[in-house]
Design a protein. Structure first.
Length: 235
């Protein structure tokens, strides 16, 4: 199911970055010597002026998306003082390697460790759909994180033939007070029933739950205003 969606990601197009003044082309070299390419939105002030970052935000997108397709949607986070990072998953877009869940989980464990070792005071994660799966599967290895947004990820993959060890629900920490989970009640890709078990367990462990009847799947909403509202509610 999830690898089927990956075929919809398409090809990279740098033309989508036109008009972004604070964007940098970046890369990360993994432990198996694969190059992951992506973008960084440099922190700015509210009027677009250069600003010292108060922290980082790492984006883990869905597997039908490339970094250049959604990076501009996160300018409000860079305007709030965060350096925003997003990479194409291995085997997607401009990144090397083969599309394997275990390897992608390892990649983000490395990326988060590298960002945490940089001089950032605040460490934020925004993981959506498949990105939430990859993030939660590596959670036990992630160091200090201050705020984690998981947007519309399923409770289990074992229902679709994957080993139960990859079920996101099995990787929730005992304390979820720094988590926000978003549920799109109009989501036809990962329906509310598919994430309900995960949401209920996270809520019992202290997570904030945001349910919106108009939200569809991340960046597949019917109009761009809904996507913008989704981002604003996450700030």
């Amino acid at each position: 199911m999830f690898w089927l969606w990956s075929s919809l990601a398409g090809r990279p197009n740098e033309g989508r970055l036109t008009g972004l003044q604070n964007v940098e082309d970046i890369f990360f070299k993994t432990i198996d010597n694969k190059i992951l390419r992506g973008y960084k939105l440099k922190a700015t002030g509210s009027k677009g002026q250069d600003s010292l970052p108060k922290g980082y935000m790492l984006i883990l997108q869905g597997n039908a998306l490339l970094a250049d397709q959604i990076i501009d949607e996160f300018t409000q986070f860079s305007a709030a003082g965060f350096d925003v990072y997003i990479y194409d998953f291995r085997g997607y877009g401009r990144s090397e390697g083969k599309r394997r869940l275990k390897a992608i989980v390892s990649d983000y464990t490395e990326i988060i460790a590298a960002l945490n070792s940089s001089n950032y005071d605040k460490h934020f994660i925004y993981a959506m759909s498949f990105g939430g799966i990859a993030f939660l599967n590596g959670f036990e290895k992630h160091a200090r994180l201050d705020r984690i947004i998981v947007d519309t990820s399923p409770s289990r993959l074992s229902n679709y033939g994957c080993p139960a060890a990859y079920d996101p629900i099995n990787h929730l920490p005992d304390n979820c007070s720094h988590f926000m989970f978003i549920v799109g009640q109009n989501d036809g890709v990962i329906t509310p029933s598919m994430s309900q078990e995960l949401i209920e367990k996270a809520q019992k462990r202290g997570a904030v739950i945001l349910r919106e009847k108009n939200f569809g799947h991340p960046f597949m909403d019917y109009d761009w205003l809904t996507d913008r509202r989704r981002m604003k509610r996450s700030l």
